[in-house]
Design a protein. Structure first.
Length: 291
């Protein structure tokens, strides 16, 4: 058996708002796990959402993470062998991956609107990548139909055809064995969006593999996305990393923390005189970074 490669972890914040305590806890755990493994940590800016991206958020997210006491070995501000570390600068890599998926006959253009899918699926949804309703099989094109070249299609989503009925599994570092059935727990999902932007699933898998990440640490709201990304790794012949999904933080009323919780943003905590040590020591005390 060949020895496993040295640990490489990553922080992948999106500059679409100020980071809150929930993000901070996940990133702190990611940094701890990299440090405890004697590994490297990469910071990648997930700045593909042109509508919600703001430069001041991008600057604030780096400053807030540094204030918290985190540091990284590679990133947009420090460079590194896998630059650029902003997803907006990595488009050719995503595009090449898309062409490979097309060449393998695994994707198809889809002109159905989100509303069509939601109505046909009859499922409630909240809007996050994991809440995507299962794409109805009736909307799929005939698998024998020729797939048009990507450049010929404008304003459509490209979806990956999932292997219906196949059970996918991975062993999560915190949650243990995880399983999902393709076509039942999640359906065909976008890899390229009609606004001509790669989807989160595609960009994330291409970058985590391309940057040699060995363990992805993120919130447990993304467990289902992990199954989608496992299909992308497999389709592209890329090695999948290990996964460690952290518990999510809730506010006093039990609602999951979101960027709208301004009072729990790192900025607001800092302005109120909280120290990074007091914030992080509570997590260290409850053993948040796991084994
Ligand atoms: N930028 C994504 C987010 O903030 C990253 C998710 C991930 O860690 O894969 O939700």
């Amino acid at each position: 058996m060949s020895p496993s490669p040295p640990y490489r972890g990553r922080l992948a914040p999106s500059p679409t708002g100020y980071l809150h305590l929930g993000h901070a806890r996940t990133f702190w755990i990611a940094a701890r796990r990299a440090r405890d493994s004697g590994g490297a940590l990469v910071l990648r800016s997930d700045d593909l959402d042109a509508e919600r991206y703001r430069m001041d958020f991008a600057q604030a997210m780096l400053a807030d993470l540094r204030w918290l006491g985190l540091s990284w070995d590679e990133g947009p501000d420090v460079g590194g062998p896998h630059a650029p570390y902003n997803q907006s600068g990595r488009r050719p890599l995503y595009r090449a991956a898309l062409e490979r998926l097309r060449g393998a006959g695994l994707i198809y253009p889809c002109s159905r609107s989100r509303r069509d899918v939601i109505e046909a699926a009859g499922a409630p949804h909240e809007g996050g990548p994991d809440d995507e309703p299962v794409y109805p099989a009736a909307f799929r094109p005939d698998p024998r139909a020729p797939v048009p070249p990507i450049g010929d299609t404008v304003g459509v989503n490209w979806r990956l055809r999932v292997p219906d009925g196949e059970e996918l599994a991975f062993d999560d570092g915190r949650l243990g064995p995880q399983r999902a059935v393709a076509g039942r727990d999640f359906g065909d999902f976008p890899v390229w969006r009609k606004d001509d932007c790669p989807s989160y699933q595609l960009a994330c898998a291409v970058d985590d593999a391309g940057m040699g990440i060995t363990e992805v640490v993120r919130g447990e709201d993304l467990v289902r996305s992990t199954f989608r990304q496992l299909l992308i790794y497999r389709a592209l012949g890329l090695p999948a990393p290990r996964f460690y999904h952290c518990a999510l933080m809730a506010d006093d009323g039990g609602a999951r923390l979101a960027k709208r919780h301004d009072s729990l943003s790192l900025r607001a905590l800092r302005a109120r005189g909280e120290s990074p040590e007091s914030i992080c020591s509570a997590w260290a005390a409850d053993g948040a970074a796991g084994a």
